[in-house]
Design a protein around this ligand. Structure first.
Ligand SMILES: Cc1cc2nc3c(=O)[nH]c(=O)nc-3n(C[C@H](O)[C@H](O)[C@H](O)COP(=O)(O)OP(=O)(O)OC[C@H]3O[C@@H](n4cnc5c(N)ncnc54)[C@H](O)[C@@H]3O)c2cc1C
Length: 502
């Protein structure tokens, strides 16, 4: 049983059949109800069932997999078989130190430790179940600031490599009657007793029939809220600029947890990715193209300016996180790459896979691209103050010509910006994930406003917020890695032998 992206697109009925049958709650309901059948929900259900629990998985989508259908699925762990193959020495301590260095100690240390202590075994479990990585992996990094040690890998089929490793074992538990799956079924409420303990859920099936379902442990694994512009902005204080999250990431679990007495934290850890070229200015917009602006991928030739036409960051800073935080501080997180004809002719294209011809003529197709014969016209066309833009370029050129240290200490300055035509590309800061999430403790129990666990309620995956495990940064793999690792840990500990995570 292997899933491809097209299986999900329009084949929901087939998938529903695939997971028909399975556990029946019977008297007293289920041992575990997992709300969400994605990255974190699948391993939670699987490992709980393997310990003998009767598990119900309720998933709003018409197929199991969640964001794994879209995710790059890049994960990290120390002590893996993939490292051993290449003779790489590593430890959870080194992994922890690298994560906290990259996110400047802004992630939750308890949850980071829980991740790194168990991530190696998670990856080895995947490897034993057919997960294979890209040639040359693990690596130190891909899109974000790099680790010091090679422990970061991507499956040959992105997130689907992880899903395909889980599904046969999951199906075996369905066949054995320990897991029941209801797809296209949304949880709309949690059932609590007078003491606040969660005793079950209210589900709404595809025919809009509401049902009360009893369960001893309820797990929120519903993903984040980066597909819900209103909620995203409310929780982060920043508009949702791009539509890039998986469509079920509507924040339902956040609302369910909040209504049950939980609290939300982490919106202030919002971090932005650079270089999204928007389709239009109707936010959230879709991605027209993407320029990584990552000096490890391509040294910058252009300068970056903000909406006022001023430079604001060292474009070749070795940390892309530094550039990202520079962008977050700019009005509307908008940034423009400014360059001239000679740079276009000599530099590797700023947008990977685009050739120079496309870059030179894209202004005919997209309003985010401007071409002009002089800097005044370029500023007017790109809606930047032409005088400020001209002064910015003049200062950059003068410092370069006279051998002065650059205003932002930039070192890679191959050419001045002098030869017409001149070009501007408008870009936007953006995110694929939400940083705000439910507060949980080291046993993944949802905490109330007095920091006390809400009995029987657990949360994991993006519903606990990227801020919890990735901090105020994009720390390599620190969403998928904890999602699947916490699923394994919680599933193995939740029932029937008690709910302590060790
Ligand atoms: C394009 C992209 C690339 C990414 N790449 C990486 C990467 O390389 N590495 C990394 O660490 N992170 C990456 N991320 C982030 C990471 O993939 C996600 O944070 C993670 O997969 C989320 O897992 P989850 O289990 O929380 O949610 P999901 O996998 O999205 O699962 C959520 C489940 O909940 C269900 N659901 C939602 N609401 C309800 C409801 N009310 N009732 C019942 N069910 C419900 C959905 O149907 C779904 O089954 C990426 C994200 C995107 C969008």
């Amino acid at each position: 049983m292997r899933v491809k992206r097209r299986d999900f697109l329009g084949a929901g009925a087939g998938m529903a059949l695939l997971f028909a049958g399975g556990a029946r709650g019977g008297a007293g309901g289920y041992d575990v109800i997992v709300i969400g059948g994605g990255t974190s929900g699948i391993p939670t259900a699987l490992f709980a069932a393997q310990r003998g629990a009767r598990v119900l998985v309720l998933a709003k989508a018409s197929a199991l997999g969640g964001t794994l259908f879209w995710s790059s699925g890049q994960i990290a762990g120390a002590g893996t078989v993939f490292q051993q193959r290449l003779g790489i020495e590593d430890s959870p301590e080194a992994h922890f130190a690298d994560c906290m260095r990259i996110n400047r100690n802004s992630a939750d240390p308890t949850l980071t430790r829980l991740t790194v202590n168990h991530a190696g075994e998670t990856i080895n479990w995947l490897a034993r179940h057919g997960y294979e990585v890209l040639a040359g992996h693990p690596v130190t990094g891909i899109g974000h600031d790099h680790f010091k040690t090679r422990r970061y890998q991507q499956g040959v089929d992105n997130g689907l490599s992880i899903l395909n490793a889980f599904l046969p074992s999951f199906q075996a538990q369905v066949d054995a009657g320990r897991i029941e799956v209801r797809l296209g079924t949304e949880v709309v409420d949690l059932i609590q007793d007078r003491q606040g303990a969660v005793r079950g859920v209210v589900s709404r099936d595809p025919n809009h029939v509401l049902r009360d379902i009893e369960g001893r442990s309820i797990v929120l694994a519903t993903g984040g809220c980066a597909a819900n512009p209103r909620l995203f902005e409310e929780l982060h204080g920043v508009p949702l600029y791009a539509k890039t999250a998986y469509p079920t990431s509507m924040g339902a679990g956040l609302m369910l947890g909040l209504a049950a007495g939980g609290q939300i934290r982490g919106g202030n850890k919002y971090a932005s990715l650079p270089g999204l070229i928007p389709a239009d200015h109707q936010y959230p917009t879709s991605m027209h193209a993407f320029a990584p602006l990552h000096p490890e991928v391509r040294q910058p030739w252009e300068i970056l300016v903000n909406a006022r036409g001023e430079r604001f960051v060292q474009e070749d800073h070795p940390s892309v996180d530094h550039i990202e935080h520079g962008i977050v501080a700019q009005p509307g997180q908008r940034h423009w790459a400014i360059y001239d004809a000679k740079m276009l002719a000599q530099s590797p294209p700023i947008i990977p896979k685009w050739d120079r011809e496309r870059l030179a003529t894209e202004y005919l197709r997209s309003p985010m691209f401007t071409r002009a014969d002089n800097l005044t016209s370029l500023g007017l066309g790109a809606q930047l103050d032409p005088r400020v833009l001209s002064a910015t370029v003049a200062r950059y050129n003068k410092d370069l010509a006279e051998g002065y240290v650059d205003q932002f200490a930039r070192v890679h300055r191959p050419l001045p910006i002098v030869e017409p035509p001149f070009y501007a590309i408008e870009m936007q800061g953006w995110t694929l994930v939400s940083f705000a999430g439910l507060t949980v403790d080291g046993q993944l129990r949802v905490l109330d406003r007095d920091q006390q666990p809400i009995p029987n309620l657990y949360a994991l995956g993006e519903v606990i917020g990227a801020g919890a495990t990735s901090g105020n940064a994009y720390t390599n793999g620190m969403l998928v890695t904890p999602a699947i690792t916490f699923g394994r840990i919680l599933g193995q500990s939740i029932l029937p032998l008690g709910s302590r995570v060790v």
